[in-house]
Design a protein. Structure first.
Length: 137
């Protein structure tokens, strides 16, 4: 199964909103996809969660307001809780979903490598001459 572009309805469900602005939501989803593709292209299966997270952050707090007072009520939001951007966790999740994370090994041996020795061997299986001091004559 490949990456499926989330819809405005998906974003509304993700944010638990009864009504959502379809055009604005679709725009934010497209922009979130573009941001995610700066890390991994094409987007892997499961990247929908990251796209919805990025778009949801921008939909609920587009101006990145950190403190707001209306009458006697005030709200303080964490720094960086709005706007359209990728967090370090978002980038890490995208790389992990694409299989580009964690430890790996690199084998520098060429495909044409031959396991046979590269030095001259006589019939007994030993090199023709040994260095002095090894007890072979």
């Amino acid at each position: 199964m490949a990456f499926e572009i989330p819809t405005a309805e998906d974003l509304g469900l993700y944010l638990d909103l009864d009504k959502i602005g379809g055009d604005r939501a679709a725009l934010l989803i497209r922009q979130a996809i573009n941001l995610c593709q700066t890390v991994v292209k094409p987007l892997p299966e499961g990247a929908e969660a990251v796209v919805l997270s990025v778009a949801g952050r921008a939909y609920t707090n587009p101006q990145q307001v950190s403190y707001e007072t209306i009458g006697p009520m005030s709200v303080q939001r964490p720094t960086g809780s709005g706007g359209l951007y990728l967090t370090k966790a978002d980038k890490s999740a995208l790389k992990s979903l694409a299989g580009r994370g964690g430890a790996f090994t690199v084998d520098p041996t060429p495909d044409t490598a031959d396991p046979s020795p590269t030095w001259p061997i006589d019939d007994a299986g030993f090199p023709d001459e040994f260095e002095p001091g090894w007890g072979y004559t």
